[in-house]
Ligand binder design. Structure first.
Ligand code: SF4
Length: 383
C-alpha cells in the first residue's frame, strides 16, 4: 500500500500569543463543537479517495489541540481510524500546551491511540513566557510533563524558542539545561521570527529590520548572538545525546519525528481542517482559512495546483537538505529520471568549494557552516 500522512488542524487557543501568526483563535464552545462535527464530516468525505493508502502518521496540530475535551479528541481519532487504514505502528502525535493538559485528558489520549506528545514550552524563564504572551509558567509546564510521564507517555517532544527580545545566551543556556534534566525524547528549538500582523511586529518590527541590515538591534539579539545561541544548542544537545537531524530538531537515537521526516522527504500528506494544506501526487490544495466559510463548505470548491517538475525538484532539495542526512543521489535519479548534477551541478559545486555542502557515499548534505547559512544555500538552488 502507498504511504501517506495525516494532519488534523485544531485552530483553538486560550489566548493569542504575542508572536503568533498561526491560524489559531479563541472561540466559544459552540463553535468548537460545530468545528469538530465539520472536521469529522471532512475526514469521512476525503478518506473515500484514499482507500489504497496506509497512514503512517497522524498529527493533531494547532492551535492548541489539548484545549478540547478528551472525549472530543477520542471522537476525532475514532473517525480517523474508521475511515483510513491507520498503520498499527503509526506515530500519532498531539500538540499540547501547559495549562490545558490534565491527567484525565491524558487518559483519553491513550484511549485514542495517541503515542506521542508535543508540548509547547518555548522558554523555562517565566519572564520570557510572560513577554511571549503564553498562558503558562514554567511550573505549569513541569506539572504537565510530570503528569504525562506518570500516565505512561514515553515519547515527548518539547518545543523551545530562542532569539527572544531581551534574551541572552545565558538565559537560553539555562532553558536548555532545565529541559535536558527532564530527558524528553525530542526537542524542537526554533528561532523567533517576527511576523507581520502580530503584536510583536508592532513592538519589534523596526528592531528586526535593523538586525537584518547587520546593525545592532535594541531589544532582539543580534545576528551574531542568534548564531551563538544556535551553535550552543547544537553542541550542548549533542553532548547530552540528542542528535540534530534537521535544522531545528534534535532527538535521542530512534526518536526522530516520523511525521516531520515524512514531510521533509515529500511523503504525500492530507491536511484536514481549517486552512489545512495537502500535497498528494504532486498536487497541492488547501482548505479555506475563514471559520464561517469552513463550517459551511461542501469541500467542492478547492483549488488544485499541480507542481511543475522544477518545483518538485526544488522542494526535493530544499526539504531534503534541511535534514542532517541530506539528499540521496539515487533517490533524485529515481524520482526525476535525471542525475542531480544535470540540474543543480553548478550550484552544488560552487557551494562545495565554499564549504557549505559536502558529499558522502551518494548523500549530499549541508556542512555545519551550510546549516548556519541555510537560507543562502536554498536561494542558490532556486531554478
Ligand atoms: S499557543 Fe501556539 S498556536 Fe496558540 S496562539 Fe500561542 S503560538 Fe499561536
Amino acid at each position: 500500500m502507498r504511504k501517506m500522512e495525516l494532519y488534523v488542524h485544531i485552530p483553538f487557543c486560550v489566548q493569542k500569543c504575542s508572536y503568533c501568526d498561526f491560524l489559531s483563535m479563541t472561540a466559544e464552545s459552540t463553535v468548537k463543537q460545530a468545528y469538530i462535527r465539520k472536521l469529522r464530516e471532512e475526514i469521512r468525505l476525503r478518506s473515500q479517495n484514499f482507500s489504497d493508502r496506509e497512514v503512517i502518521s497522524v498529527f493533531l496540530g494547532g492551535g492548541t489541540p489539548s484545549i478540547l475535551y478528551g472525549q472530543q479528541i477520542v471522537d476525532i481519532m475514532n473517525t480517523v481510524r474508521e475511515c483510513f487504514h491507520v498503520s498499527p505502528e503509526a506515530e500519532v502525535t498531539i500538540e499540547c500546551n501547559p495549562g490545558t493538559l490534565t491527567a484525565e485528558k491524558l487518559e483519553y489520549y491513550k484511549r485514542a491511540g495517541i503515542n506521542r506528545l508535543s508540548i509547547g514550552l518555548q522558554s523555562a524563564q517565566d519572564k520570557e513566557l510572560q513577554l511571549l504572551g503564553r498562558i503558562h509558567t514554567y511550573e505549569d509546564f513541569l506539572a504537565s510533563y510530570d503528569c504525562a510521564r506518570k500516565n505512561g507517555f514515553n515519547n515527548i517532544n518539547v518545543d523551545l524558542m530562542s532569539a527572544l527580545p531581551g534574551q541572552t545566551l545565558k538565559s537560553w543556556e539555562q532553558t536548555l539545561k532545565r529541559v535536558i534534566m527532564l530527558r524528553p525524547e525530542h526537542i524542537s528549538a526554533y528561532s523567533l521570527i517576527i511576523e507581520e500582523g502580530t503584536p510583536f511586529h508592532k513592538l519589534y518590527g523596526y528592531d528586526d529590520e535593523t538586525r537584518k541590515k547587520g546593525e545592532k538591534p535594541l531589544f532582539l539579539p543580534s545576528e551574531e548572538e542568534e548564531r551563538q545561541m544556535y551553535q550552543f544548542t547544537k553542541a550542548f544537545l549533542e553532548q547530552k545525546g540528542y542528535k540534530r537531524y534537521e535544522i531545528s530538531n534534535y532527538a535521542k537515537p530512534g526518536r526522530e519525528c516520523i511525521h516531520n521526516i515524512g514531510y521533509w522527504t515529500r511523503v504525500d500528506y492530507l491536511g484536514i481542517g481549517l486552512g489545512a494544506a495537502s500535497l498528494i501526487d504532486n498536487w497541492r490544495f488547501s482548505n479555506v482559512s475563514n471559520m464561517t466559510e469552513y463550517l459551511k463548505t461542501d469541500f467542492e470548491d478547492v483549488e488544485y495546483q499541480e507542481l511543475t517538475k522544477n518545483q518538485q525538484m526544488e522542494e526535493f532539495m530544499f526539504l531534503g537538505l534541511r535534514m542532517q542526512q541530506g539528499i540521496n543521489r539515487g533517490a533524485f535519479l529515481e524520482a526525476f529520471g535525471t542525475p542531480v548534477e544535470s540540474v543543480f551541478g553548478e550550484a552544488l559545486e560552487r557551494m562545495k568549494q565554499q564549504g557549505l555542502v559536502a558529499e558522502n557515499g551518494g548523500q549530499i548534505c549541508l556542512t555545519d557552516l551550510g546549516f548556519d547559512v541555510s537560507n543562502y544555500v536554498f536561494s542558490e538552488l532556486l531554478l
